[in-house]
Design a protein around this ligand. Structure first.
Ligand code: NBP
Length: 477
């Protein structure tokens, strides 16, 4: 027998993905650098489907039907290159290497170009949903040559998550690194979502005076409304959890230093290169980094803050409603920024990415899955050339309805000294975009003054310079 697909790299993600293929009726060749993992997988889960265990790279490749489909699920970076180097010489033109790891899209572009020379199709596929998703249905964001999707696509569609309307959460995103780029932005948005939820939690706790258990209830209520999403759902679970050792709320016994693996940081780094303002995502990355500076935080603990005043029970309830509005409006802004980044990459790399389809494949399986994504898809379906999500009439109306509360929440946060970098950055972005005039005109004046960098006028074409050190007359540059 031959296998329709092979998976190499059998740590938690690779094993679960291999089992997912097998459970869906495919014969799966499995391989791992350390063969004991391969045997352990087949021993424990062999009854779930048809596996072919291969110890050597040669046996693994020989077990695959042609064109071969070889999924690589190893640690991103050097290990991925090592695996490609090992397998590429054993493959033939038309074969496919599918990298399901969290690769940087620039690495994917490099690998795709190199393998194309050999006629090998390299498919950089972002996979989201963690281990549970890999097993039961992830959201999959494959890039690479479009023709590889013809035979690979149906298999991915079978193992992927399905949205509420039954549509598989996978599509051919675009050429070379497009899939991993979109996965990267997905993770950046995930950081922003988590930061905004964190700020909402802290406001409910420190301004409204609610307990973690009460806040869990509030999140549960929100989860049955327009904020319905996986992250809101698990937030309620985490907040309701009580530490068995101490009897305290779990959230109070966990060290408040957030870690990160790098995809959020990449989203911001690339956005800087592309010139896209992803201020909400950047604040989320910086908030995690600030939380980890324990010595600096310790040294700053005595700094003066405002005198805090508690809200009455009636005020607290009204405040919670306002926080929901602020959270929703800020969420619209962070998705606006993330989609702007994908749109900018589409222009920069000449990728034909359908933004509505991206929203559509994030509706299930992945960490940011949410009812909200249906709305984004609808916005792009209605107008594929939408300049920004904020230009969508429905979103604009929702923000219009939320903005008074959004501002009130930030007033309260400021007065009570609760940090809200995500909410604040989102509102600043919104106000800056809708502003009639920005102080950028003044910036241009300053640049012209100290560096003769020139400026453009509102009333005439051309570049101009003012003779600041002379008679201050204007010359055409
Ligand atoms: P890890 O990222 O922990 O990688 C472990 C695997 O890489 C093992 O199979 C290991 O083989 C193999 N490997 C290493 Br390390 N160096 C190698 C080399 N030089 N040659 C061959 N194989 C090598 O596994 P994971 O957590 O399952 O994640 C796999 C990929 O999926 C990563 O890129 C990750 O970023 C991505 N991802 C993970 C999640 C998640 O929730 N964990 C979600 C989405 C995406 P060995 O057994 O011989 O040491």
């Amino acid at each position: 027998t031959t296998a329709q697909i092979g998976v190499t790299g059998l740590a938690v993600m690779g094993s679960n993905l291999a089992r997912n293929f097998a459970r869906n009726g495919y014969t799966v060749a499995v391989h791992n650098r350390t063969a004991s993992r391969t045997h352990a997988l087949v021993k424990e889960f062999g009854h779930e489907g048809d596996f072919i265990a291969a110890e050597s790279a040669k046996d693994f490749v020989a077990a695959l039907e042609r064109p071969r489909r070889l999924v690589v699920m190893v640690k991103a970076g050097g290990p991925t290159d090592a695996v490609i180097e090992e397998f590429a010489p054993l493959l033939e033109p038309g074969d496919m290497i599918i990298d399901g790891g969290n690769a940087h899209f620039a690495d994917t572009r490099r690998r795709e170009a190199a393998l194309r020379e050999q006629g090998i199709h390299f498919v950089g596929a972002g996979i989201s949903g963690g281990e549970e998703g890999a097993l039961n249905g992830p959201s999959i964001m494959p890039g690479g040559p479009a023709e590889s999707y013809e035979s690979l696509g149906p298999m991915l569609e079978k193992i992927s998550a399905k949205a509420a309307d039954g549509a598989p959460c996978v599509t051919h995103v675009g050429p070379d690194g497009a899939g991993h780029f979109v996965k990267m932005v997905h993770n950046g948005i995930e950081y922003a979502d988590m930061q905004l939820i964190g700020e909402a939690y802290q406001l409910l706790r420190d301004v409204a005076g609610y307990s973690p258990a009460q806040i869990a209830e509030i999140f549960r209520t929100w989860n049955s409304g327009r904020l319905d999403s996986y992250l809101i759902e698990i937030t309620a679970e985490v907040l309701a959890h009580v530490d068995t050792a101490t009897g305290k709320p779990f959230v109070d016994v966990v060290q408040d230093q957030a870690e990160q693996k790098g995809t959020g940081r990449w989203t911001v780094q690339i956005a800087l290169d592309l010139g896209v303002p992803v201020s909400g995502i950047a604040e989320a990355v910086f908030a995690r980094s600030l939380s980890g500076h324990s010595a600096l935080r310790e040294a700053s603990r005595g700094l003066a803050g405002p005198k805090a005043t508690a809200l009455s029970a009636a005020e607290a309830g009204a405040f919670a409603d306002r926080v929901e509005q602020a959270l929703y409006a800020s969420k619209i802004v962070s998705y606006t920024q993330g989609f702007h980044e994908i749109d900018a990459a589409r222009a920069e790399y000449d990728w034909d990415i359908d933004l509505g389809r991206v929203a559509s494949i994030w509706r299930g399986g992945c960490i940011i899955r949410a009812a909200f994504l249906d709305r984004i898809r609808a916005a792009y379906d209605a107008r594929p050339d939408l300049p920004s999500l904020l230009s969508d009439e429905t979103f604009a109306q929702e923000i219009a309805a939320a903005q008074d509360d959004w501002r009130e929440v930030l007033v309260a946060a400021t007065q009570q000294g609760v940090p809200t970098p995500g909410f604040s950055a989102a509102l600043a972005y919104y106000d800056a975009l809708r502003a009639e005039r920005l102080p950028a005109a003044l910036t241009q004046g300053q640049r012209d003054y100290f560096g003769a960098h020139t400026y453009r006028r509102t009333d005439r074409e051309g570049s101009f310079h003012t003779l600041w050190g002379g008679d201050r007359s204007e010359v055409e540059a």
